[in-house]
Design a protein around this ligand. Structure first.
Ligand code: ASP
Length: 587
C-alpha cells in the first residue's frame, strides 16, 4: 500500500504516530513561514503542515509547486492542532510533514472541485470524472450502493435468487421504442436491448425458480426528462404461487427495510387506493398524498351545482371540478393571474381558471358573480368544506382530461404552500388499474401495464363482451411522494388467455406467434401462477437522496438529448464497420 491511513481516519488517538497519506491537493495556503495543504480523498480531508526552519527545505520547495488536484503522497507525524476545525472529522489533528512527493501533477481543473462548484451542468458532465470527486456527487453514489446492498440483503433473506438475463434480445412492438443492435453474423437482422427482462423473468418462473430478482439495466428509446434516462436500472422481481396481496406485502417489506436501513426511519402506513379513486380525487395515477387537497366535483355524473345559470362554459363542460386552497383567500389578483397563466400553459392546456374566495368577513366573491348568486356560492362552499379564508380554484372540462389539468394545479399549490416537504414521505399502492386503455390517435386498445398482465377474474367476462374499458387488471404501482417508484402485476399464465389478450391488442395470430411464440409455448409446459414487479432503482435512490433528478444518482448519465458528452456518444462508425454489418446510412 502506498499509504498507511486514509484522509478521513486520523484522530487525537493517533498523535505521535508517523503516517503516510495519499490524495489530491484540495488547496494550499502559503503564509510564508508556514504552508498548509488540505489533502483529500474519498474518505475526507486531512491537513498537512510544513514549517520554515523545521521542514526540510527541499520538501518546502516541492510543496510550493503543487497546484489544485495534484496527486501527492506525504509522510509525517500526527500532531494535535492548535486551532481545531470542528467541521471535519480529522479537525483535531494535522500532519507535520517530513517527506513529500508528487505522484502525478494535474492541470488546473475546469471548475472548482468543491461542494459549491462554479461549474455549469454541461462542463461538469464533460468532466464527469472530476465532478465525481465532489462530496455531494460522491455521496449520491454511496447512497446508491447502500440501496443496492440492502435490497440484496432483504431479498436474499426471503429466498430470492439473482439471475442475469440477456441484454441482446428481440425487438417487440409493445411499450416504448427499442434500441436495436445490428447482428454481424446475421446480416440484416437486429437484436434489441431489453426494455425490461419481463418475459425472461416469467420464463424463469416456468423453470421453477420461484423467487427471482435482478438489479438490472433496462433500455428505452424515449424522450428524456429529469427522471428518465435511455438506460436505467430496475430492481426486477418475480414470484410464483402467489396472489396480489402476497406481492404487495413482500415488496412493502422491501421498501420498509430500505427506509429503516438507508434513512433510519419508519416509513409509516403504506395505504392503498384504487386507480378509479386516484383519478377521481387527484386526477393522477400517482397522487402525492403528503397533503390532502382532494378534488371536489361541482358537476359530474353524480352532481350538478352549476348548470342552467347561463354560464355557457359550465353548461358545455361535462365535468367541473376544483380544489380548496386553504388559507389563500387573500391571494392578490396578481397571484391568481399567475395561477391562471400556469393552467393555460400548453403542457397543461386549460382554457382558464375560475375561482371564488371565502373572505374573512364571511362574504363570498367569485370570478363568475355575474351568473351565480351568493346562495349558489354557499352551496359550492359547502361542497368544498370551505371556511373563512379559503380560496377555491375550479376548472371546467372533459372528464379525466380536466382532472389531469387540475392535478397539475394541485401540485403547484402544494409547492406554493410548502406542503411537499422532501423530508416527509408518504407511500401508497395504487391498485386495480384498467387492463387496457384506448389510444385515440391509433384507434386501438393498448395494454396499460403490459400485455402479460392478467385481468381480474371477475372482469374476464368483458373480454368476451367487448366492454374492454371496464376490465380491471391485477396491476399495482407503488407511489411515494407522487413518484411512481415501482409497478407490476399478476401475470397471465394460461396460453389461451394470453392469446386472447394479443388478439384484443390487435396482433394477428401470426404476429403473436412471431413475437411471443416462445412464451406461449412455455405456458403449455406447466407454467405456475406468478406475478411480480419492478422498482425504478435510480428513482428510488433520488427519492432517498431528496432530489428530483435521477441523473445525480447515476455515475455517468446522458444529457437531455441522450448524449454522453464525456465520451462523445453516440457517434458515427467507420465504413469498415458498416460494411461488416451490411448497413448503409442515409444521413
Ligand atoms: N416489467 C415491468 C416494467 O418494466 C414491471 C413488471 O411488470 O414487473 O414496468
Amino acid at each position: 500500500m502506498l499509504r498507511t491511513h486514509n484522509n478521513g481516519e486520523l484522530r487525537l488517538a493517533h498523535v505521535n504516530q508517523t503516517v503516510t497519506l495519499c490524495g489530491w491537493v484540495q488547496r494550499t495556503r502559503d503564509k510564508g513561514g508556514m504552508i498548509w495543504i488540505d489533502l483529500r480523498d474519498r474518505y475526507g480531508i486531512t491537513q498537512l503542515m510544513l514549517e520554515e526552519g523545521k521542514t526540510p527545505k527541499e520538501v518546502l520547495d516541492l510543496a510550493r509547486t503543487f497546484g489544485r488536484e495534484f496527486v501527492i503522497s506525504a509522510t509525517g507525524v500526527v500532531v494535535e492542532r492548535l486551532s481545531k476545525n470542528d467541521k471535519i472529522a480529522t479537525g483535531d489533528i494535522e500532519i507535520r510533514v517530513s517527506e513529500i512527493s508528487i505522484l502525478n501533477p494535474a492541470k488546473l481543473p475546469p471548475f472548482l472541485i468543491e461542494d459549491d462548484t462554479d461549474g455549469g451542468d454541461d462542463l461538469r458532465m464533460k468532466y464527469r470524472y472530476l465532478d465525481l470527486r465532489r462530496n455531494p456527487v460522491r455521496a449520491n453514489l454511496q447512497l446508491r450502493h447502500q440501496v443496492a446492498r440492502f435490497t440484496r440483503d432483504y431479498l436474499d433473506n426471503q429466498d430470492f435468487i439473482e439471475v442475469e438475463t440477456p441484454v441482446l434480445i428481440k425487438s417487440t412492438p409493445e411499450g416504448a421504442r427499442d434500441f436495436v443492435v445490428p447482428s454481424r453474423m446475421n446480416p440484416g437482422e437486429f437484436y434489441a436491448l431489453p426494455q425490461s427482462p419481463q418475459t425472461f423473468k416469467q420464463l424463469l418462473m416456468v423453470s421453477g425458480f420461484d423467487r427471482y430478482y435482478q438489479i438490472v439495466k433496462c433500455f428505452r428509446d424515449e424522450d428524456l426528462r429529469a427522471d428518465r434516462q435511455p438506460e436505467f436500472t430496475q430492481i426486477d422481481c418475480e414470484m410464483s404461487f402467489i396472489e396480489q396481496e402476497d406481492v404487495l406485502n413482500m415488496f412493502e417489506g422491501l421498501i420498509r427495510h430500505l427506509f429503516t436501513k438507508v434513512k433510519g426511519m419508519d416509513l409509516g402506513e403504506v395505504s392503498r387506493m384504487t386507480y378509479a379513486h386516484a383519478m377521481k380525487y387527484y386526477g393522477s395515477d400517482k397522487p402525492d398524498i403528503r397533503f390532502d387537497m382532494k378534488f371536489v366535483e361541482l358537476k359530474s355524473e353524480e352532481v350538478d351545482l352549476v348548470s342552467d345559470k347561463d354560464f355557457a362554459v359550465f353548461d358545455a363542460a361535462n365535468t367541473v371540478v376544483g380544489i380548496n386552497a386553504k388559507g389563500c383567500a387573500e391571494y392578490t389578483r396578481k397571484q391568481v393571474d399567475e395561477l391562471t397563466e400556469f393552467v393555460k400553459r400548453p403542457q397543461i392546456g386549460a382554457k382558464g381558471l375560475i375561482y371564488f374566495r371565502y373572505n374573512n368577513d364571511g362574504t363570498l366573491k367569485s370570478s363568475v358573480d355575474k351568473f351565480y348568486s351568493e346562495e349558489d356560492l354557499k352551496k359550492w362552499a359547502e361542497a368544498f368544506g370551505a371556511e373563512k379564508g379559503d380560496l377555491i380554484l375550479i376548472l371546467p372540462g372533459d372528464g379525466d382530461k380536466v382532472r389531469k389539468q387540475l392535478n397539475e394545479l394541485r401540485l403547484e399549490m402544494g409547492n406554493r404552500l410548502g406542503l411537499r416537504d422532501p423530508k416527509k414521505y408518504a407511500a401508497h399502492w395504487v391498485i386495480d388499474f384498467p387492463l387496457l386503455e384506448y389510444g385515440e390517435e391509433e384507434d386501438r386498445w393498448f395494454a396499460m401495464h403490459h400485455p402479460f398482465t392478467s385481468p381480474k377474474p371477475e372482469d374476464i367476462q368483458y373480454l368476451e363482451s367487448g366492454d374492454l374499458g371496464k376490465i380491471r387488471a391485477n396491476a399495482y404501482d407503488l407511489v411515494i411522494n407522487g413518484v411512481e417508484v415501482g409497478g407490476g402485476s399478476i401475470r397471465i399464465f394460461q396460453k389461451d388467455l394470453q392469446a386472447k389478450m394479443f388478439e384484443v391488442l390487435g396482433f394477428s395470430d401470426e404476429e403473436a406467434k412471431h413475437q411471443f411464440g416462445f412464451l406461449m409455448d412455455a405456458f403449455e409446459y406447466g407454467a405456475p401462477p406468478h406475478g411480480g414487479l419492478a422498482f425504478g432503482f435510480d428513482r428510488l435512490c433520488s427519492l432517498f437522496g431528496g432530489s428530483d433528478s435521477i441523473r445525480d444518482f447515476i455515475a455517468f448519465p446522458k444529457n437531455n438529448s441522450g448524449r454522453d458528452v464525456m465520451i462523445d456518444s453516440p457517434s458515427t462508425i467507420d465504413d469498415k464497420q458498416l460494411n461488416e454489418l451490411k448497413i448503409r446510412t442515409v444521413v
